[in-house]
Write a protein of this length. Structure first.
Length: 246
């Protein structure tokens, strides 16, 4: 009996360990010439510490490279699983420390609003990379790529391509993966999103050339089962903010 209980405990923990992470990506669009202070203060002193208390680690905050108009701020939040996300929403709704700390942010008047809108995408990590990899120290440039598919099956086949072959080629050629996720809610569906980390644009350009020339990539990219998997690519270069945990 004791042995059976130990085996059951082992398998329950094994299942929990194997669960794929669940990612929330928020893109905040800021008004022209707006003050960002209240938004960054809320993220760095209120929201992120609260999420950390409930077991959320490696929260990323980024600005887009250059000086686009409107300016955009990206917030990346990794959850252990979908239940973790639901539990945190419930806990934050009654967390007095969090609710009291965000009163200044909630009190910002409409005339001084810190953002116009924010858009949310939810992703589930693919099996080939079920948990994010925290980038190495000195990663100053992040590349966020969205691969749209013309159908759900196209995205499924592209994910299979990553799981079976392409992730290894990324690793071999210096395309340092942070996360890969299939979009399950939000705009641009069906699609998958992933993030890469580099020390510089020069390193990024050099390593993408290595990838393009890799014989294994050339082989799998010509397989019929992976044809027409990507109908459009959207790419954004991001710079981590000082208080980002990635």
């Amino acid at each position: 009996m004791k042995k059976n209980l130990l085996m059951l405990f082992f398998f329950i923990n094994l299942i929990g360990f194997a669960q794929n992470q669940y990612y929330e990506i928020r893109k905040y669009e800021l008004p022209f010439n707006s003050s960002e202070d209240k938004l960054h203060e809320y993220f760095s002193k209120v929201l992120i510490p609260a999420l950390n208390r409930y077991g959320v680690k490696n929260i990323g905050v980024f600005k887009t490279l250059g000086d686009p108009i409107p300016k955009e701020i990206y917030l990346f939040i990794p959850y252990k699983n979908v239940s973790h996300y639901g539990n945190i929403l419930k806990e934050l709704s009654k967390d007095k420390t969090y609710l009291n700390s965000r009163k200044i942010y909630d009190g910002v008047p409409e005339s001084k609003k810190v953002y116009n809108r924010y858009h949310v995408s939810f992703l589930t990590a693919i099996d080939g990379l079920p948990k994010l990899i925290k980038p190495k120290r000195g990663s100053n440039l992040f590349e966020l790529r969205i691969y749209e598919g013309y159908s759900e099956d196209a995205v499924r086949r592209k994910i299979e391509m990553f799981n079976k072959d392409e992730l290894k080629i990324f690793d071999d050629t210096g395309l340092y993966s942070v996360f890969f996720g299939e979009q399950i809610s939000g705009p641009l569906m069906p699609s998958l999103t992933y993030m890469l980390a580099f020390e510089s644009m020069e390193e990024r350009n050099t390593n993408w050339k290595k990838f393009s020339a890799d014989p294994n990539w050339k082989r799998i990219s010509n397989l019929d089962k992976y044809s027409n998997t990507v109908s459009d690519i959207k790419r954004t270069f991001l710079i981590p903010l000082k208080y980002s945990q990635l």
